[in-house]
Design a binder for this molecule. Structure first.
Ligand SMILES: Cc1cc2nc3c(=O)[nH]c(=O)nc-3n(C[C@H](O)[C@H](O)[C@H](O)COP(=O)(O)O)c2cc1C
Length: 311
């Protein structure tokens, strides 16, 4: 795929293959690794606008960025325009270049609070939020799905509204809320969004290889692609898509991620988090199931690295 830069308001990315925000997975260490493999833009995991205002320690930690994240991009969620604007103007977000708003999250806890994909059902409220955020003068972007109800796409109308509200880029995950992360990605609907607005449109959904990225670009005409689960399994996917030479070893990537995390967290906590992270790295790994299962009980990072030696 021929990389091209994307202009997001006052900033310009190196290329148009982005790493998606993935709550619980895309910590600063993982994002740093994806940047090294070529990701053109990385986003923090979604952080609560309310949490930001209350100065929650966990929220602060989510906003820590890696040195190689040259464009700092935070994703926030919420449902109240005033709170979201105050969050955007808070000290915690002062050094961020881009603030992305999550208007696609399907999970009930977020949806029932009127945030995430619930805002696809409430354009006036979404507009109020995006206008309030844009009024801060910051580069505001938004990530959406096609709609909150299966088959009822609101994406084109939503994108036009967002552009009118001052948004600088829109990412469209080409699925509906009930799909969660499974099923077909609707290329045609993303293409309609691309044709309806003049701001950059990034297509998201189902990219697990260079071929997938090329198909998504070709069939949608989007300005770029965003990779989520495909990067968790293989962070080297960015080099693959961008046709850059690379060497990939799970052992090396995991030990790098652990070393970076150790600069901020204690060992046991990292190990427990890796019980969830390792199955991603081990997808398609030629090893017996018993060996894979042992990663689910690790208590130290040393144990993880030792187990990997046994591969
Ligand atoms: C475990 C998990 C966590 C996610 N967290 C976020 C998030 O914090 N913010 C967001 O906008 N999307 C989130 N998503 C959605 C992804 O960014 C992406 O839109 C979706 O996985 C589709 O892309 P894919 O088919 O390449 O995986 C999450 C998805 C998964 C599976």
């Amino acid at each position: 795929m021929l990389p091209k830069s994307v202009k997001i308001g006052s900033v310009q990315t190196e290329n148009n293959v982005f790493l998606a925000p993935l709550a619980g997975y895309t910590d600063f260490a993982f994002r740093s690794i994806c940047r090294d493999f070529g990701a053109g833009l990385t986003f923090t995991e979604m952080v609560s606008a309310n949490g930001l205002l209350y100065g929650s320690r966990a929220t602060e930690e989510l906003l820590y960025t890696a040195e190689n994240e040259k464009i700092r991009c935070a994703q926030i969620f919420g449902s109240d325009a005033d709170i979201m604007k105050a969050a955007a103007e808070s000290e915690a977000l002062a050094s961020f270049d881009v603030i992305d708003v999550n208007m696609g999250c399907p999970v009930p806890k977020i949806f029932s609070n009127g945030a995430g994909s619930a805002l696809l059902n409430d354009l006036p409220k979404a507009e109020k939020i995006l206008s309030a955020l844009s009024s801060t003068g910051k580069n505001i972007t938004v990530k959406i799905r096609l709609g909150a109800e299966k088959g009822k796409s609101v994406a084109v109308g939503f994108a036009k509204m967002a552009e009118g509200a001052g948004v600088k880029m829109i990412t469209v995950h080409g699925r509906y809320r009930p799909d969660y992360y499974a099923g077909e990605v609707d290329f045609a609907e993303i293409a309609k969004v691309k044709n309806a607005v003049n701001i950059p449109v990034i297509a998201n959904g189902g990219v697990f290889s260079r071929k997938d990225a090329e198909e998504l670009m070709e069939k949608t005409g989007a300005d770029g692609v965003m990779v989520a689960r495909g990067a968790l399994a293989r962070p080297c996917i960015f080099s693959e898509i961008l046709e850059k030479e690379y060497v990939y070893s799970v052992k090396e990537v995991v030990s790098r991620q652990i070393a970076l995390l150790k600069t901020r967290f204690e060992d046991g906590r990292i190990a427990v988090n890796f019980r969830k992270v390792m199955p991603q790295y081990l997808k398609g790994y030629p090893a017996d199931k018993e060996w894979k299962k042992r990663f689910a009980q690790v208590k130290s990072t040393e144990e993880i690295l030792r187990l990997l030696e046994e591969a």
